[in-house]
Design a protein. Structure first.
Length: 303
């Protein structure tokens, strides 16, 4: 993880429980003897997220509707810190902070995770967009119930599913960056298959470390990460979405300094770079992030 990522040394469960007492009911003892949670249980993952965001980022509360994406906070924080490094490269190596730095959070989601971490870590101001009314209502409630967040996050509805920046970026509005965690599956069926595979993996891990427990059937409705259709899949999947973003970014090249997007599949990188070059971007970068044995990355381009 990034050196500035406050989650790089694990979860201090006792301190987290003090900040968010609800978490205490979800704490279990791992095989190592350390306190942890059962990551196969949606309620436990949600409680851990709330505790992390309250403890480290100064929120009064955090919640999401049932069935909406509950993202792992440490990996999301790495994306924000990676963006900070990107901005620092053009600021004499110093990370710019404060509300003069404005970011566009494409696909804000019900959780508003990137805007929360970015605003509370670096003081940046955000506009968050989404097409889902329930997600927008949830994100707006987070803003209204957290005084620290209220001056730094504006929530906007994207009315056209075919558009990403159009209808959100206003005339004469300027952003230092845009960020996005795109839907990566091509269909609802593919998303369900991928989610079920993750759940089965969690089940095997749990049974491996607890041989006395009876094996439980794993079903798709036991997802601990959930996610609505627009969060998990779109026509053409991740690559098609990002290529659409690249094409549309040409129109807003004078209003967004850096366009960035997570890429879950490394096999897509070559095609993404080809598209970026084709549409005339002057710079293209691939920034890798490591969380344990997992390597993730985001791409960035500017005109």
């Amino acid at each position: 993880m990034h050196p500035r990522n406050v989650h790089r040394n694990g979860y201090p469960m006792s301190a987290l429980c003090q900040s968010y007492p609800i978490l205490e009911a979800h704490v279990v003892k791992a095989k190592s003897g350390q306190q942890s949670i059962d990551f196969s249980k949606a309620a436990s993952v949600k409680a851990l997220n709330a505790a992390l965001l309250i403890h480290y980022y100064g929120l009064n509360m955090w919640d999401i509707p049932d069935g909406y994406l509950c993202p792992p906070v440490p990996g999301r924080a790495d994306y924000i810190h990676g963006l900070a490094e990107l901005l620092a490269k053009e600021n004499k190596g110093v990370v710019p902070t404060g509300n003069s730095i404005k970011g566009l959070d494409v696909g804000l989601g019900a959780n508003a995770i990137y805007s929360i971490i970015g605003s509370q870590t670096y003081g940046w101001r955000f506009v968050g967009s989404d097409i889902d009314d329930v997600a927008l209502k949830s994100a707006t409630a987070l803003v209204n119930n957290n005084p620290k967040l209220k001056p730094l996050l504006a929530v906007r509805k994207q009315h056209d599913k075919a558009q990403i920046f159009t209808g959100i970026i206003q005339p004469d509005e300027h952003f230092a960056f845009s960020l996005c965690n795109p839907p990566f599956h091509k269909s609802a069926q593919e998303a369900a298959t991928g989610s079920l595979r993750k759940v089965k993996g969690l089940g095997r891990h749990k049974q491996k470390h607890n041989n006395t427990s009876k094996a439980q059937p794993i079903t798709a409705n036991k997802l601990n990460f959930a996610g609505q259709s627009n969060e998990l899949w779109c026509e053409g999947g991740e690559l098609a979405f990002i290529q659409r973003m690249i094409k549309e970014s040409v129109e807003y090249q004078s209003q967004v300094e850096w366009f960035t997007c997570l890429v879950s599949k490394s096999a897509h990188l070559k095609a993404i770079e080809t598209s970026v070059r084709y549409f005339g971007a002057k710079q293209f970068m691939k920034i890798e992030m490591g969380q344990g044995q997992k390597i993730s990355r985001f791409v960035a381009w500017k005109f």
